[in-house]
Every structure is written in structure tokens, then in C-alpha cells.
Design a protein around this ligand. Structure first.
Ligand code: APR
Length: 352
């Protein structure tokens, strides 16, 4: 998944580079800056002293020393002054210049804190939006794995207007209190199927007698149940419906999309996409199947069809499904916005 939003202490992450929300002196401070210097050890400060500071919106790189990360990219976000002093442009530049520096040093993975959202006072929901928009724009034409790290629940203030609609939809559709647990549902389904099925030893000699049970295919008449069932099976296997992969690639063609556009918009990495392309029987996870439905901007009906071909269905017993359904019904196919909402409601994210 090219962009993930996670809750973690950035100093613990095993990535190629972590980004430090520093100040222009680069001589350390509090917050994540202090945490990174403490974890990296005194050599980090010694190297920072040689850099001659860093302007707001720019980025400079050092080694990671005792950190699990190989590099630290020091960037300086803007101090929030109400939004009218170019703060958004400077914050965007801080993310973008850090990403470019990571790419310059052949990093394959980089982790960001929420720059400026602490001491510098940038409103958190806006800081997240700038981070997600800048990173996802960069990822449309760069191969990199990016983690946006939210340090603690308290830091992750969910702005009402951002998710109020989603919360209302969940309240209205999310069935949790009286949802049978899965095993009870499966037992019920098995009992129902058994009631519909003839007992094996009374199997009719040919399909006429089987009529009430709707013999699966014409032309099996006059054969024993055993013979009939074998040719039925062969017939069945010759008549497989269009599979998930077939529908996925048909929709990509119908939409006139490039493969790379589709998997990037689905927040799915290239390796997984190649696996699906090389194996028509490949069965994706539900989150991946839904991510492609979002990337292809499928209608609710087409989404249900694509999911069904992967063996899934949207369920109002799942908060994850209800949230994704909300965005599809509102024709909002921005997967990073959907992931922000999923993250805010403690759900796994869309994409591989
Ligand atoms: N891991 C991940 N995120 C963290 C960590 C951590 N260990 N510690 C803090 N954060 C988060 C905060 O919760 C906040 O959301 O990092 C975000 C940025 O907060 P600050 O560290 O305060 O950075 P910023 O708002 O950009 O202010 C920079 O603060 O520490 C000083 O020297 C720094 O002067 C500079 C100023």
C-alpha cells in the first residue's frame, strides 16, 4: 500500500528514512524533534551542526545513527498564524521537498510525522489534509512507500465537519448489537442448505425426478446421478462466469485507463497488480477488491458485482463496509480521503 496512515512512535519504525519536524536551527527541540535526537544519539546533532540550518519548507538529510531508519530528513514546517501567511504552501513544500530528497537517496520507504501539527499549531485536520494530498499527488508518478504517522489518539483530533456525514451514515446503517456471530450464521446457512438438498442415498435416477431440486443443467437426463453429476460438473466448469480479474481488466479498458493509473488510484502496489494480471483465478482481499472498485469509480451496483466475483458482499454488519459504501454512494472516490475516514474510525485501510 503506497500510502498508509498508522499510529506509532516514528523513532521505532524500520523504514529507509524518517522525517523530522525540526526548526530552522536544526539544533533539536521538543516534540518529535526531541524524540528523534534522543533515539539517534549525539552524533545526529553533531551532523546537524554542519548543515547550517534549514529554511521553512526546505529539507536536509542526515544519517540515522542509532535509529532503525537509515536516514533522517529534517524539514521545517510553518508556524500557524491563522492561515493567511502562506502556511499551506510552506507545509506542502516541506512534504514535497522531503519526498524528493528521499527519492534522491533511493529510499523505498519513508515515514512522516504530522508536520507543524504540534508546537507550531497547525490545525490537525487541515495538517492531515495537506499531508495526504501532497503525498498522494507525489505517489501518482513516483514509486515509494509512505507512512503518515499519527503519534497518539489525542493528537488525532477528528474534525466534526470532516467525518460528521460518515458518522451519521454509520449510525443509520451499521448493524452491530444484534449481529449473529459468524459461526451462528454459518450454522444457520448449513441447516437451510441441508433442508433444500435431497438425502444423498435417495438421489433420483435422472433429472425429471430431480426437477423439484432444479437439476443444475439441461441435457443431464437419462444418466445416473453419478454420471449426471460428473458431466454437470464438466459443463459447469466450462461455463464459468467472468471472474474478478476479467471484470477488473474489462473495466480498466472500458474506462480507457492505464493499468498503472488504476493500481495507483487503488493505493495498491505494482507487485500485487502483476499477480492479479498473471493469475485469472487470483482472489484478492475484500479491501483490495473494494479499492479497485473505488479506483474505477464503479457504481454501487457494479461494486457489488465486482465484489461478488471475488466472493464477497458489502455487509451492514461491518463498519468498514458501511464507511466505504457511504463514499461510493456519495460518488467520492478519493481513496486517500476514504482511508482518512477509515483510519479515524479505527478500521483497516483500503488498498493492498
Ligand atoms: N512519533 C511520531 N509523531 C510524534 C512523536 C513521535 N515520537 N512525537 C510527537 N509527534 C507528533 C505530535 O503529536 C504532532 O502531531 O508530531 C507532530 C508534530 O509535532 P511537533 O513535534 O511539535 O512539531 P511541529 O508542530 O512541527 O513543531 C516544530 O517543535 O519540537 C519542536 O524543534 C521543534 O521547534 C520545532 C517545533
Amino acid at each position: 500500500m503506497p500510502l498508509e496512515i498508522i499510529r506509532a512512535d516514528i523513532t521505532t519504525l524500520h523504514v529507509d528514512a524518517i522525517v523530522n519536524a525540526a526548526n530552522e536551527t536544526l539544533l533539536g527541540g521538543g516534540g518529535v524533534d526531541g524524540a528523534i535526537h534522543r533515539a539517534a544519539g549525539p552524533q545526529l546533532l553533531a551532523e546537524c551542526r554542519t548543515l547550517g540550518g534549514c529554511k521553512t519548507g526546505e529539507a536536509k538529510l542526515t544519517r540515522g545513527y542509532h535509529l532503525p531508519a537509515k536516514y533522517v530528513i529534517h524539514t521545517v514546517g510553518p508556524v500557524w498564524q491563522g492561515g493567511g501567511c502562506g502556511e499551506e504552501a510552506l507545509l506542502t513544500a516541506a512534504y514535497r521537498n522531503s519526498l524528493l530528497l528521499a527519492e534522491e537517496h533511493h529510499c523505498e520507504s519513508v515515514a512522516f510525522p504530522l508536520i507543524s501539527a504540534g508546537v507550531y499549531g497547525y490545525p490537525k485536520a487541515q495538517a492531515i489534509r495537506v499531508a495526504v494530498n501532497t503525498i498522494s499527488a507525489f505517489l501518482t508518478d513516483h514509486e515509494l512507500r509512505v507512512l503518515l504517522v499519527i503519534f497518539d489518539r489525542a493528537a488525532f483530533q477528528i474534525s466534526e465537519q470532516l467525518f460528521a456525514g460518515v458518522q451519521a451514515y454509520i449510525d443509520q446503517h451499521y448493524v452491530d448489537a444484534h449481529t449473529d456471530d459468524r459461526s451462528l450464521q454459518l450454522r444457520r446457512m448449513e441447516r437451510y442448505a441441508a433442508a433444500k438438498r435431497p438425502a444423498f442415498d435417495q438421489a433420483p435416477s435422472c433429472c425429471e425426478e430431480a426437477a423439484p431440486y432444479a437439476a443444475p443443467f439441461p441435457g443431464t437426463c437419462g444418466q445416473s446421478a453419478a454420471e449426471g453429476s460428473e458431466s454437470d460438473l464438466q459443463h459447469l466448469l466450462q461455463q464459468l462466469d467472468e471472474g474478478f480479474a476479467d471484470m477488473l481488466f474489462r473495466k480498466i479498458d472500458e474506462k480507457g485507463m492505464k493499468d498503472s493509473d488504476c493500481y495507483k488510484r487503488a493505493n495498491v502496489d505494482r507487485k500485487l497488480f502483476s499477480k492479479i494480471r498473471s493469475n485469472p483465478q487470483y482472489r484478492p482481499s475484500k479491501a483490495t477488491a473494494l479499492a479497485f472498485a473505488v479506483a474505477l469509480e464503479l457504481s454501487p451496483e457494479e461494486t457489488a458485482e465486482l465484489l461478488q466475483k471475488a466472493g464477497y458482499a458489502l455487509s451492514h454488519a461491518s463498519k468498514f463496509d458501511v464507511i466505504v459504501e457511504y463514499f461510493i454512494l456519495h460518488r467520492n472516490y478519493n481513496i486517500f480521503e476514504i482511508n482518512e475516514a477509515l483510519f479515524a474510525f479505527d478500521q483497516k485501510l483500503l488498498g493492498a
